[in-house]
Design a protein around this ligand. Structure first.
Ligand code: C6P
Length: 407
């Protein structure tokens, strides 16, 4: 069980008021709030040992380098990566997926090959593959979803023919909330000879994720959605795959030796980290990992499951409100819905006037919305610091909005 009051006390932003009301922050799927240990860890670097990493032979630089590389070790153990070399720091999930599309994709995808995605992917796990497919003459294939937002697992094997070289799938949908059976998908994809990338932007922050247990080839996530800062994300990759890949970006730090005409590459993980890295943010992410570990990922997942079930029960009782996606036991802490006759942006705006922050729009998943016959939804998303009272505040506010708009 989470000591929710203690958790909330760690997040200074949560004690704010907005439009004269206490803030009810229900948009953590977009980006989470930050706890004091993360803010303090980053401030400490700026105050006490700020110097560029991997370059200086003086104590300050060595301290910063040690703290940054230490953060990598903590991230590795957070997702149970077998070796630290498999943890590449990127800017975010998007950059991590693009890294694989460019470095692995350009070397391994050929004309006529297929890349298997699903109908519930975020644009970040869609557009990079479109670019690659266009460049290589490859084809994108989509595993369909059911009307209530579950993957059509019954169709998976028939789509996994020998032309499929890569499967890229989200572990949890940022719109439907669906938690996908990625372990099973990975197992079947491997049996068919495909490499698998898991988009873990919405799962690593909210539930225990073990890359060895999943046996995924690549896994991508963002620091800013898991109590860490913006500007830092992670690509986990199996060492052998990363070793065989050419670099993504060229520049300082990623080289071993540079001649006028050519260069050789640094060892992993630095081969993929060109230029001065976001090391203060990396250290912040290390602090976020410690913070989440201290609370316990099982406890966080259980808390979100409970809140989500409660939110679905409260909201589904409102006339004209339609929740999209599967039942509570098949989803994480995301509840997206439409409200008959009221545009999602109007709903979000009216909620904002009551201090309640939700997201409205297509949530960077336009094809998914189109598949559902929608252009936009309102989305409430939960994290470790949200409470049942906040769900009540949301439900009461929606009730008022519905009544006002003649529902
Ligand atoms: N989804 C949301 O409000 P970045 O922006 O690179 O940190 O994460 C991209 C991304 C990739 N996959 C999934 C499943 C995601 O949910 C996201 C980010 C946010 O839903 C911002 S669009």
């Amino acid at each position: 069980m989470l000591d929710i009051e203690r958790v909330r006390a760690d997040f200074p932003a949560l004690s704010r008021t907005v439009h004269g009301r206490p803030l009810v922050f229900l948009d953590s799927a977009a980006s989470s709030q930050k706890p004091l240990p993360v803010l303090e860890a980053m401030e400490r670097v700026y105050r006490e040992c700020y110097a560029n990493v991997h370059r200086g032979i003086y104590a300050f630089s060595e301290e910063a380098t040690l703290a940054y590389e230490n953060a990598r070790d903590r991230v590795a153990s957070f997702i149970n990566a077998p070796v630290r070399e498999g943890i590449i720091f990127t800017r975010n999930t998007t950059e991590a997926i693009n890294l694989v599309a460019y470095a692995w994709g350009r070397m391994n995808i050929r004309s006529g090959d297929r890349i298997l995605l699903t109908e519930m992917e975020h644009h970040s796990n869609l557009v990079p593959w479109q670019l690659l497919a266009q460049e290589k003459g490859a084809q994108l294939v989509y595993l369909p979803i059911t009307d209530d937002g579950l993957l059509r697992m019954d169709l998976l094997d028939s789509l996994l023919d020998e032309r499929v070289k890569l499967v890229a799938v989200t572990m949890m949908s940022n719109v439907l909330g669906t938690v996908n059976p990625v372990k099973e998908i990975i197992c079947r994809a491997h049996a068919a000879g495909a490499v698998v990338l898991v988009d873990a932007a919405q799962s690593v922050p909210h539930m225990p994720v073990d890359v060895q247990d999943l046996d995924c080839d690549f896994l991508a996530f963002s620091g800013h959605k898991m109590c860490g800062p913006t500007g830092i994300g992670v690509l986990y990759g199996k060492e052998a795959l990363l070793e065989a890949m050419p670099p993504f970006l060229g520049g300082g730090d990623m080289i071993r030796k540079v001649e006028w005409e050519s260069a050789t590459w640094n060892r992993l993980p630095w081969k993929f980290e060109a230029g001065t890295p976001a090391f203060v943010e990396g250290i912040g992410l290390g602090a976020a990992v410690d913070y989440l570990t201290g609370i316990g990922m099982e406890a966080i997942a259980a808390h979100e499951r409970e809140l989500t079930a409660y939110a679905m029960e409260r909201l589904s009782a409102l006339p004209g409100l339609n929740i999209i996606g599967p039942p509570a036991h098949q989803r994480g802490g995301v509840v997206a819905f439409t409200f008959r006759g009221i545009h999602p942006h109007d709903v979000a705006h009216m909620l904002d006037m009551e201090g309640i922050a939700v997201r409205a729009g297509h949530h960077c998943a336009q094809p998914l919305h189109r598949r559902l016959g929608l252009t936009a939804t309102v989305r409430a998303s939960f994290y470790l610091y949200n409470t049942a009272e906040e769900v009540d505040a949301l439900a009461r506010a929606l009730e008022r909005i519905g009544a006002m708009m003649g529902q």
